[in-house]
Design a protein around this ligand. Structure first.
Ligand SMILES: Cc1cc2nc3c(=O)[nH]c(=O)nc-3n(C[C@H](O)[C@H](O)[C@H](O)COP(=O)(O)O)c2cc1C
Length: 183
């Protein structure tokens, strides 16, 4: 699939078939993730691949009932949980290099988007899930103190596609030369 087609065509998928995902496709998606850029190539990502229905159901309890992605946690064959190692991205000799502190969220975000685009190119669906009880997810998965869970996504074949949510016009968010609008 051509890149712009993948970028434009990717949608958040919240309904999944239970059909298995070929092992090679799972590896391809993980490979796309690890090719993401990261702060000084620190690659702070860690991924928990969850296939066990019991653990997927447990993880689903970390989502609030109103999260529209709730059923996808148990319907899709896999849930991939993206974690980040703290104090690595954006740090030099143990000190934060910028006022932003830890760039973990940024790096994991890029890695997640690589994963989502690669999955889409393979005909697989994803939906980034950020609205859940992170502490609970960390307990369920046994994630150690120096690592934090950032976001997760189901991975599987789409059963239904949602609509295309509207995007802002350039005029609403692009500024030229300085942060000001031309009258
Ligand atoms: C950081 C982040 C967190 C998100 N969390 C959730 C979530 O908890 N539940 C959900 O259904 N969708 C979640 N989404 C998906 C967005 O709602 C979706 O990307 C947005 O509506 C645009 O739709 P599209 O992905 O189909 O273009 C999240 C997306 C991002 C980037």
């Amino acid at each position: 699939m051509e890149l712009m087609e993948a970028i434009n065509g990717r949608r958040s998928i919240r309904k999944y078939k239970s059909d298995p995902v070929p092992e090679g496709d799972l590896q391809a998606v993980l490979d796309a993730l690890r090719r993401a850029p990261s702060w000084a190539n620190t690659q702070c990502w860690e991924v928990v691949v969850v296939k066990d229905p019991k653990i997927k159901s447990e993880l689903a309890t970390a989502l609030p009932k109103g999260n529209p992605a709730l059923s996808s946690m148990t319907d899709a064959p896999f849930v991939l949980v993206l974690c980040g190692k703290k104090g690595v991205s954006g740090y030099y000799k143990g000190q934060a290099s910028t006022v932003k502190g830890d760039w973990l969220m940024f790096d994991i975000g890029i890695a997640m988007q690589n994963l989502c685009l690669a999955a889409h190119a393979l005909g697989l669906g994803t939906v980034i899930i950020g609205m859940f009880d992170h502490k609970k997810a960390e307990e369920i998965l046994g994630v150690p103190e120096n690592i934090e869970v950032v976001a997760m996504t189901p991975l599987g074949y789409p059963a239904a596609e949602g609509g295309t949510p509207k995007r802002k016009e350039f005029s609403e968010f692009v500024y030229y030369e300085k942060y000001q609008r031309k009258e």
